[in-house]
Design a protein around this ligand. Structure first.
Ligand SMILES: NC(=O)c1ccc[n+]([C@@H]2O[C@H](COP(=O)([O-])OP(=O)(O)OC[C@H]3O[C@@H](n4cnc5c(N)ncnc54)[C@H](OP(=O)(O)O)[C@@H]3O)[C@@H](O)[C@H]2O)c1
Length: 293
């Protein structure tokens, strides 16, 4: 039995389709099973929440492999970014060790570090440390920006593209190597199949193009056949406005500073597509996936 957390997310939904099609027995730890759509009748469901570690124990019964994708780039009413990404992963891997899990697959982020400027990267660094120090065999993926047409980030850009000018936080110069969620899911399947005997494996996942945030915005505009000038909003103004918006609207805020800050953070792998290719995957270009030339 494989336990998948984050099965309703961008990577999780692509991975779940592959696991189910391949005949794997899958249990999904979810907050709301309806969000699994048609797949909910094809899997076992364990109701759970990252902020509720006792829910992990039930979910882990009889499980040999955990793929832990659930995460959050914004604070939630019941848990902070640190609790949802750092502490919850530590509790999950601890529970996995206790229940005799053989393999723990975890998604960190490229360049996670405890000194990083962004809270999400610091929380992922602590989580990565907990996973790599655990006695259970682990596979850690450190991806650059992951995207899929229709995902919340691209949907927000598409909505902003309705404005006469396209607002961009900061100078938009931070670069990343975007990788399509479908390619990421293929990498996970590749790693599960490879069944590497190393106690702790690490794969950096990056797409074949290096794009700045400005170039990503322009690619989205091109895919929509829209032409808009980019309006760069100074970082302190973005930070102050989004913090005020989140304080006023809480989870209903359309964007938060913690999310916007991630667009100003470079996410580059010196290994490029090498790790994905080692897993049998040739990642596609973002502009091709979006139909933007
Ligand atoms: N997307 C990127 O650019 C990127 C970059 C680097 C690393 N990563 C990492 O890659 C992994 C997959 O990313 P993704 O883009 O597929 O994430 P995503 O689309 O944001 O999905 C997040 C998943 O986590 C679940 N979740 C959130 N809060 C939860 C909670 N309190 N309890 C239980 N489940 C909760 C969500 O479930 P609900 O349906 O209930 O909300 C959803 O299934 C994550 O670990 C992420 O941090 C992503």
């Amino acid at each position: 039995m494989l336990l998948l957390t984050g099965a309703t997310g961008v990577v999780g939904s692509a991975l779940l389709r592959r696991l189910v099609a391949g005949g794997s027995r899958v249990r999904c730890l979810v907050r709301d099973p309806r969000r699994l759509g048609a797949q909910r009748v094809r899997v076992q469901i364990a109701l759970g929440d990252l902020t509720d570690p006792p829910s992990f124990r039930n979910a882990l019964r009889g499980v040999s492999t955990v793929v832990h994708l659930a995460a959050s780039i914004r604070d939630q009413p019941r848990g902070s970014i640190e609790e949802l990404n750092g502490i919850a992963t530590w509790r999950m891997v601890e529970a996995a060790e206790r229940s005799g899990v053989e393999r723990f697959v975890f998604f960190s982020v490229l360049d996670a570090s405890t000194h990083h400027r962004a809270r999400f990267f610091r929380a992922k660094a602590l989580a990565e440390q907990a996973v790599s120090e655990a006695s259970v065999r682990s596979i850690v993926f450190a991806p650059s920006l992951i995207y899929a047409p229709g995902d919340p980030r691209l949907t927000l850009l598409e909505r902003l593209a309705l404005l006469p000018t396209m607002p961009v936080p900061g100078r938009g110069r931070a670069i990343c190597q975007p990788i399509w969620a479908e390619d990421v899911a293929d990498c996970v399947i590749g790693a599960l199949r490879a069944n590497d005997a190393a106690p702790h494996a690490l794969y950096e996942l990056a797409g074949p193009e290096t794009l700045s945030h400005n170039e990503i915005v322009r690619a989205v505009l091109r895919s929509l056949n829209r032409s808009r000038p980019l309006l760069h909003i100074p970082t302190p103004l973005v930070s102050r406005s989004l913090r005020m918006l989140e304080a006023a609207l809480g989870p209903r805020a359309f964007a938060t500073w913690d999310e916007a800050e991630l667009m100003e953070v470079p996410m580059i792998s010196a290994r490029g597509v090498a790790d994905a290719e080692a897993l049998g995957v040739s990642p596609q270009r973002m502009r091709a996936v979006l139909g933007a030339g």
